[in-house]
Design a protein around this ligand. Sequence first.
Ligand SMILES: O=C(O)CCC(=O)C(=O)O
Ligand SMILES: [Fe+2]
Length: 333
Amino acid sequence: MAPGGEFSRVPVVDVAGLVGDRAAREAVARQLDAACRESGFFYVVGHGVDEALQNRLRERSREFFSLETEEKMRVRMALGGRAWRGYFRVGDELTSGKPDQKEGLYFGQELPPDDPRVVAGTPLHGPNLFPERPEGLREAVLDYMAALTGLGHRLMAGLALGLGLDEAYFEDHGTREPLTLFRIFNYPPPADPSLWGVGEHTDYGLLTILLQDDAGGLEVKSRSSWIPAPPLPGSYVCNIGDMLDRMTGGVYRSTPHRVRNPAPRDRMSFPFFFDPNFSAPVRPIDLPGRDRPADDAAERWDRASVHMFDGTYGDYLLTKVGKVFPELRSTVL
Ligand SMILES: O=C(O)CCC(=O)C(=O)O
Ligand SMILES: [Fe+2]
């Protein structure tokens, strides 16, 4: 393994063994561990998510984005209030201060209005803002989020094993009831080729599980160059977020990435974020045999500039929200 985040490809891991016997789980865990140290990015195949469900989600999403802006704006984010849900237009979301060339829908765990967290006005908690049309988008999103929550638990158990921890470590430390955020993005071909669909960034939480279509355009930052993560049929692209990077003292890497749609048509992607519970305190993981952070961790953390380990995951996440949607700062925070 090259030191310091130098890598030349995003590895593919068949995770079917995670539902097998101990030896099979350990074999997968070793591959996940190597990928998380080296690049912080990996494809997974053998993930068990139903292809028909993915197709249903894709179809309904395509139908939604093809509606007139006026209709899409009926579920605009401003109406989701503190729950941080709904539709945003091309250019509404900022990455590193620059408007992204993508439109999208934000979803989270579906909670009834009388859930105590909703009644208390807890940010990022609430019912979703589902559009009236197309019919079936609501069911596709909820079914898909349930399937991906299951995959998130399986992968986190594999990551725990790879770190030499009990497989239930993450469940016991914040993910038994995870915070799950789900987004559906549509990237039109950029009007100006210098504009990014999503500019360079790292993700916030533990693990991102991304379904992309066949347009391509996702790139991952190795130390000295950008490495493409092209669509691989039947796969997800997974990556480590800042929180897991910090919890592991930088042993697992949250790697910068960016997207520009290279296709002459729209590109759709479906990132699912599997994070600790909003009220879970975030603590560094005690990793046997490792008492200091990876050599380049401080450099990476400075760039992301978050406060660490002195609060809950929710406290941390709220420091991020206002940066990407300045308009929502007053409603969410
Ligand atoms: O659309 C993609 O392929 C990646 C999106 C992404 O990086 C993100 O939402 O954090
Ligand atoms: Fe990302």
